[in-house]
Ligand binder design. Structure first.
Ligand SMILES: [Zn+2]
Length: 250
């Protein structure tokens, strides 16, 4: 990569959203703490108003749930050559087309996945050291995000290689010979919690279908620590439910 390309990417990344692909760069530079932190997002830019005004914001604390006959999550994931991007807010792994998630009559295509440390989602008030957000989109343009909580433990064959090649802020890299078997990223059991929510980063747009897996994946403690050292804490605090019901698969 040329220096020019690298600095352009660094500038571009300042406004880019962690939970959607890079389509547009809003002007305001948001962060997780300080004067541009989570409590101030809505005031920073008119396009961020939903961060404060929305009624179905993410993340949430998953506490009371209703058991429901939810459709199974059918992941049709293959082996991909990824692009790894440090956008300053997270490390995002962009994947080529062709990896899908079928949920009932919905078909979502995987666009990218990225990480938050600690986990943004709480289960009964408890966070995990990390969460992976797998961001999908259906043909109507609606987002479906699968959250996989991460416990420190055995290294993960699909995630480990990403953490061996963490880019510096603004860098967008491919690694010679690196491919990821995406299916091995997932835990064995695919039971999940289902609810309506939003992007967890500005502009906090709603209409996102959230599916949080009940079983966590594992990743080596070293890799969790490496991410934290590079990015710092990047979790938005939990948001009010405002009457939303969290469904839980049987
Ligand atoms: Zn996310």
């Amino acid at each position: 990569m040329t220096l020019t390309a690298r600095s352009l990417l660094a500038a571009f990344s300042l406004g880019v959203l962690c939970a959607v692909p890079a389509l547009a760069a809003p002007p305001s530079h948001w962060e997780y703490t300080g004067p541009h932190g989570t409590a101030h997002w809505a005031k920073m830019d008119p396009s961020f108003a939903e961060c404060a005004m929305g009624h179905q914001q993410s993340p949430i604390n998953i506490d009371r749930t209703e058991k429901a006959d939810l459709p199974k999550l059918a992941f049709h994931y293959g082996t991909v050559v990824p692009t790894i991007w440090n956008n300053g807010h997270t490390v995002q792994v962009n994947v080529p087309a062709g990896n899908t998630l079928q949920v009932g009559s919905q078909t979502y295509e995987l666009l990218q996945f990225h990480f938050h440390a600690p986990s943004e989602e709480l289960i009964k008030g408890k966070s995990q050291p990390m969460v992976v957000h797998l961001v999908h989109k259906n043909a109507a343009g609606e987002l479906g995000v699968v959250a996989v909580l991460v416990h420190p433990g055995q290294d993960n064959p699909a995630l480990g290689p990403v953490f061996e090649h963490l880019p510096y802020a603004g860098e967008h890299i491919t690694v010679d010979g690196l491919s990821l078997d995406l299916a091995s990223l997932l835990p064995k059991s695919l039971g999940y919690y289902d609810f309506a929510g939003s992007l967890t980063t500005p502009p906090c747009s709603e209409g996102v279908h959230w599916m949080v897996l009940k079983e966590p994946a594992t990743l080596s403690l070293r890799h969790v620590a490496d991410f934290h050292k590079l990015i710092g804490s990047n979790a938005r605090p939990v948001q009010p439910l405002n009457g939303r019901v969290v469904k839980e698969s049987e």
